[in-house]
Design a binder for this molecule. Structure first.
Ligand code: ZN
Length: 416
């Protein structure tokens, strides 16, 4: 049993505790509270730190870490996407073997840990990152992302493609803290019958979440509304256009809702182009919206309507997205961007998004996301200036890796 004393305990579940303590034993949290003036119980004095749960990066693509600083910022999403597609067509085919791709995944994992991330939702188009994440202290969900807009298949054909993908996931080695699931890439890159097949298959799996990039850019909205625009041109250029596809004439959210794709297992990533009505639909379906504002700025998708997200009552989690569109994998930096873009959103709500909301969306909230008795003690000690009064405000204003260390848990602990 270890008892820690700290200037602040930030449990997320409940108000921050000034002059707090938390005890951990064999990797689990036992109890926490505030030190009374006459409390002489001995403990490890951490000093001017805020103890808080490890963060959740609910959307990243570690497989793309080799693209750090390689893809120029863009003012149009489809122009940005062209750069990525070109790059991936030359490199990703060999990613399982390319040592630079593999080494960048290792570096990305190290960076996540140094930035205080305990849990990730990682998207892969190969299985290259799975084993590396499984061998690291990170917990989370690995989503194998399916793409296909013009595949020549009927309903049974798509069911077979998805069944094959699930069989492949079952061949991955068992991992204590990492589960595998499927993701659909986006409305403009996944055929309607493919969406339905993915939904059907994931619903039959024991609880695992699913993920999709949704309402990220104006070109996507235009394609679904009119059947034309830059996405159609791009898809034709790369030989992925499906001439048999008809535009539904509705928003991306409505399109997936009409297919029955939206439910409480889904992480809908980005939402830059969502209306109030779209957000209400997500809220009703229990979908978690994952916001990645720094990536949106880099790709030309624009500024997400962050205040609308929080006012709508939808669950909001946070992702850095990949190093192809984000300068780093620091969730604290993503939070600071959210805070700067939407200062009216409470720091407490942002901290929830960076912890428990992501943990819940990924199905890992029994072990992660808050400091509560029984949960894993994957806890951070973040340096704060002496005399910090509003610790939540401080934590959402930009924390750097040098301020962060992991607390000893007694042992590493295992996800139950
Ligand atoms: Zn993404």
């Amino acid at each position: 049993m270890i008892r820690y004393h700290a200037a602040w305990i930030v449990p997320i579940e409940g108000e921050p505790i000034r002059d707090g303590w938390v005890t951990v034993d064999r990797g689990r949290i036992v109890a926490l509270g505030r030190r009374a003036a006459n409390d002489a119980t001995r403990g490890v004095e951490l000093g001017d730190v805020a103890v808080m749960p490890g963060l959740v990066n609910a959307h990243t693509h570690l497989e793309l870490s080799y693209l750090r600083d390689q893809i120029a910022p863009s003012s149009s999403f489809t122009a940005w996407a062209r750069q990525i597609i070109d790059e991936r067509r030359t490199r990703m085919q060999q990613s399982q073997r390319d040592p630079a791709v593999a080494a960048a995944i290792d570096t990305g994992i190290d960076e996540c840990l140094r930035c205080g991330t305990a849990v990730i939702g990682d998207i892969g188009n190969t299985h290259a990152a799975f084993r590396k994440i499984a061998a690291s202290p990170l917990a989370g969900v690995f989503f194998w992302e399916l793409i296909g807009f013009n595949l020549d298949a009927d309903e049974r054909g798509f069911d077979a493609i998805v069944a094959h993908a699930i069989d492949d996931l079952k061949k991955l080695p068992a991992a204590d803290r990492l589960r595998a699931s499927l993701a659909a890439h986006a409305p403009y890159s996944v055929a309607p019958l493919f969406f339905r097949a993915i939904k059907k298959a994931v619903s039959r799996m024991p609880f695992v979440p699913c993920s999709v990039h949704l309402a990220e850019n104006v070109e996507e909205v235009e394609l679904l509304k009119t059947g034309g625009g830059p996405w159609k041109t791009l898809m034709k250029d790369i030989g992925s256009w499906n001439p048999g596809w008809t535009a539904p004439g509705v928003s991306p959210v409505q399109y997936l809702d009409d297919m029955g794709f939206l439910d409480s297992r889904l992480l809908a990533v980005h939402g830059v182009q969502m209306s109030a009505g779209d957000l209400e639909t997500l809220r009703k379906r229990g979908v978690t919206l994952v916001t990645c504002p720094r990536s949106n700025g880099h790709t030309g998708a624009g500024v997400p309507p962050i205040v609308d997200f929080y006012e709508s009552g939808v669950r909001v989690a946070i992702g850095t997205d990949s190093l192809a569109s984000s300068p780093d994998l620091n969730v604290f930096a993503e939070v600071a961007t959210l805070h700067a873009l939407a200062p009216s959103v409470s720091p407490a709500a942002l901290l929830e998004s960076a912890t428990i909301q992501g943990a819940r969306a990924l199905g890992l909230d029994a072990d992660y996301g808050t400091i509560e008795p029984g949960k894993l003690s994957r806890l951070l000690a973040v340096d704060v200036p002496p005399g910090t009064g509003d610790v939540e405000e401080y934590l959402v204003s930009g924390i750097y890796p040098g301020q962060i260390r992991w607390l000893e848990a007694g042992s590493a602990g295992k996800a139950g």
